[in-house]
Design a protein around this ligand. Structure first.
Ligand code: KG4
Ligand code: ZN
Length: 340
């Protein structure tokens, strides 16, 4: 039997420092060090994020190795996020792995963060262990991106549609901020929406051609709606919090699902996956599963720990590239706007 390949993976694209150790596609450890410093600002402050990464990266590597019970000499390669993401945050990860690669004489493998969100589906640890079959469509929805991707193989991706302005996660976060809810807004709105009436308030769904999205109009519509409602009742938000959240969530999920249905129909593909932070959303997960019966989709939803940013997904991508011998040399620089 072939001996296993151990990959050390580092994710530092935004506000989570994460390190994972993988044995082939099995995740042995996936340590996520969340930066709480941003909470009081209602969003990620890039300069603070890079300083936190600098502080956290070494202890997080040691924790991940310890949990996996693996030492640095056993590692075959080091996977890292090259982009897209915040330049300062990416720089910390990229500089760190270059030093580690030189010191250990181990090869580097650059990973595209958005591809990694999709490839998280191939973690052996996923609950169902049922992997999407190629070609499949993946709706990747995070704080920075909203994309529909045609996945032809583990290394072949085609962008079918994307947001023209705000990402779906950003819409959740910005609306939460307007309502005075904490950051990140997605999980908070998700929780409050469970007790609310999604049909109480009507918000617009942007009509954008093809498979693209737009969420900035929704944010503005909600801002004006709340401003006008508060004029009539200063406690409007407090008194109607759950119904507002349920109605907003309903609108965002409906927007996403409508485009996904269109892409599925146009491309005649019924293998449908979701990925990224917003794929943790309970209504989106339910809406997707419901289409197994109504539309004959086969759906793939990652475990919660592989939805939001994590290094395990970076490790999976790095492992597939390792098998192809696709290594990165030390001249690599981060790419904040790295394309899919
Ligand atoms: O993928 P991710 O962790 O980081 C980026 O690469 O952006 O996604 C973070 C986003 C945030 O906007 C957060 O509000 C959203 O994912 N999110 C959710 C939920 N959990 C996280 N949005 C809706 N419902 C959730 N349960
Ligand atoms: Zn992400």
């Amino acid at each position: 039997m072939q001996s296993p390949t151990y990959i050390l993976a580092i994710e530092s694209s935004c506000d989570d420092t994460s390190v994972a150790v993988l044995k082939n596609t099995e995740v042995l450890s996936n340590v996520i060090c969340t930066q709480n410093v941003h909470e009081e600002f209602g969003g990620v402050v890039p300069e603070l994020a890079s300083r936190e990464h600098q502080k956290n990266i070494v202890p997080t590597v040691f924790r991940a190795l310890k949990q996996a019970n693996i030492n640095l000499e056993e590692i075959a390669a080091i996977g890292f996020t090259r982009g897209p993401g915040l330049m300062g945050s990416l720089l910390v990860g990229v500089s760190f792995v270059k030093g580690l690669s030189l010191a250990l004489n181990k090869p580097l493998i650059e990973v595209n963060h958005m591809q990694a969100h999709i490839l998280a589906h191939f973690a052996e640890n996923n609950k169902s262990n049922n992997k999407p079959k190629f070609p499949f469509l993946c709706l990747t929805v995070s704080g920075g991106h909203t994309q529909i991707v045609l996945v032809k193989s583990v290394l072949d991706f085609e962008l079918i549609g994307q947001t023209k302005d705000d990402a779906a996660g950003e819409a959740f976060d910005k609306v939460a901020k307007i309502m005075g809810l904490p950051y990140p807004g997605g999980p908070v709105i998700d929780k409050l929406a469970k007790q609310g009436n999604p049909n109480r308030f009507k918000f617009p769904i942007a009509s954008i051609p093809d498979h693209d999205f737009s969420f900035s109009g929704l944010k503005t519509a909600i801002l004006y709606f709340l401003r006008d409602s508060i004029k009539e009742d200063p406690d409007f938000i407090e008194n109607n919090q759950t119904d507002i959240c349920a109605s907003i969530q309903y609108t965002i999920v409906k927007t996403l699902i409508l485009k996904l249905e269109k892409a599925s129909k146009d491309l005649n593909i019924k293998q449908i996956a979701i990925a990224g932070g917003v794929s943790a959303n309970s209504e989106l997960r339910e809406a997707l599963t419901a289409r197994e019966n109504s539309l004959g989709w086969e759906t793939y939803i990652p475990n919660f720990e592989f939805c939001t940013d994590n290094a395990a997904m970076i490790g999976i991508s790095a492992y597939f590239k390792y098998l192809k011998g696709d290594f990165t040399d030390l001249s690599v620089i981060p790419e904040a706007r790295m394309k899919l």
